[in-house]
Each structure stands twice: as structure tokens, then as C-alpha cells.
Unconditional design. Structure first.
Length: 86
């Protein structure tokens, strides 16, 4: 399991890739930031993923950002789990 990729849940509806990257960039180099959006409406689904260049930065981000309030919503941050088969 890749411990550099983080799941970020309960994001504000206004969040986009750039704002997600800006939120987490103080903790280290980010290689990818994605906000998942609805395929039909294009609206954010309220979660995304941030991938760091190294594990130490990802761990630091989890410690600092978990339960942090952003635009009135407490975000969830943890190591991303592989997608399960449907």
C-alpha cells in the first residue's frame, strides 16, 4: 500500500485541485492533487486525494490536517486504501 497517497474527505464543495494542493503544500512536495467530481454534473463529491513525494511529508500532513476545520467542515485525512472491486 502506498503511504504517500492520502484520502481527504468532507471537503468543502468549493474545493478544487488547486485549493487542495494549496492546503497541503506546506507539508512537502505534492506530486498530485485530485478532487473527485460527479461525472454528470461536474460538481465536487466532497473528497479527493493528495500524493506526496515522500512518506514523512504525508505522515506530517495527516497529523496536522486530520479534523482541521476548512470553511466550516472538519476534513478527514488518512492513508488512501486501494479501491475495492465491485
Amino acid at each position: 500500500m502506498d503511504k504517500k497517497k492520502l484520502y481527504v474527505g468532507n471537503l468543502p464543495w468549493s474545493a478544487n485541485e488547486q485549493s487542495l494542493k494549496d492546503m497541503f503544500s506546506p507539508f512537502g512536495e505534492i506530486t498530485e492533487a485530485i478532487v473527485i467530481s460527479d461525472r454528470y454534473t461536474g460538481r465536487s463529491k466532497g473528497f479527493g486525494f493528495v500524493t506526496f513525494a515522500n512518506e514523512a511529508d504525508a505522515e506530517k500532513a495527516i497529523a496536522e490536517m486530520a479534523e482541521k476545520e476548512i470553511e466550516g467542515r472538519k476534513i478527514m485525512v488518512n492513508v488512501a486504501k486501494p479501491r475495492e472491486e465491485r
